[in-house]
Design a protein around this ligand. Structure first.
Ligand code: ADP
Ligand code: MG
Length: 245
């Protein structure tokens, strides 16, 4: 029996009023697979990611994550979303809470973990992202790269089965990008299933099992990173890469 994929998106369409942003996306992500999504600004990458956890409601099509159809109107969305971690370009930490409290609040409220257990798991995940010594800091005392690593540790503290990253390094000063990519690379090595929108072509090349190039609401090209980035077949992919590489 072949193992059920972690994500199956079928014929996904999304419009905002008259604007059709996703025009029939098919996407499958296997368990343990790392898929990077690249493409020009405005092509629908963020909308696709937000449809995968139903932060945006698709106009048509189906989204199945971990065997659960999120687009089914009877779906327990809150329950299904617990298994999906998301990291945004803007770090979205709770600015009035310490790093430790940022990592424990959802564990306690959503997973009903006790204080001691939630804090133990928080410390484990801070160690994972190299920030053990920052537990008592406030977000504003951290660099952007450290804040983003806290955001990753916070997501990991919920034991997600799937991690969605939307340009996690785009808001960072160049010298801080490497640490965040390093944490993501380590997660990939540990076998986390990841769907990553990124402009970091080197990262995509080295870490992604598969790369999708999106343009104008379509997946124009997909395949191994070496092929899509190293030797693209479609003219639109070639034009995009010529601009960003
Ligand atoms: P990307 O992440 O590839 O830059 P987006 O998915 O953010 O692209 O946006 C694709 C298109 O959808 C853009 O034209 C954007 O303006 C539009 N869009 C995104 N979100 C909304 C929204 N909530 N309401 C209206 N238009 C939106
Ligand atoms: Mg975007």
């Amino acid at each position: 029996m072949t193992e059920q994929p972690m994500v199956v998106v079928s014929q996904l369409h999304k419009s905002f009023g008259p604007l059709e942003v996703l025009k029939g996306i098919d996407l499958s992500v296997a368990r343990g697979e790392v898929v990077c999504v690249i493409g020009p600004s405005g092509s629908g990458k963020s909308t696709l990611l937000r449809c995968v956890n139903l932060l945006e409601e698709p106009s048509a099509g189906t989204v199945v994550v971990n065997g659960v159809e999120l687009t089914d109107e009877d779906c327990d969305l809150d329950g299904a979303r617990i298994k999906i971690g998301m990291v945004f370009q803007s770090f979205n930490l709770f600015s009035h809470l310490s790093v430790l409290d940022n990592l424990t609040v959802a564990q306690r409220k959503v997973l009903k973990r006790g204080k001691a257990e939630a804090e133990r798991i928080a410390h484990e995940n801070l160690e994972r992202v190299g920030l053990s010594e920052k537990a008592t800091s406030m977000p504003a005392q951290l660099s952007g790269g450290q804040q983003q690593r806290v955001a990753i540790a916070r997501a990991l503290s919920m034991n997600p089965e799937l991690m969605l990253f939307d340009e996690p390094t785009s808001a960072l000063d160049p010298e801080l990008v490497g640490d965040v990519l390093g944490v993501m690379r380590q997660l990939a090595d540990e076998g986390m299933t990841m769907l990553v929108v990124t402009h970091e072509m080197q990262f995509a090349r080295e870490v992604a099992d598969r790369v999708l190039f999106m343009d104008d609401g379509h997946v124009v090209e997909e395949g191994p990173a070496e092929q899509v980035i190293g030797n693209p077949r479609q003219e639109r992919t070639q034009t995009f890469l010529a601009r960003v590489l």
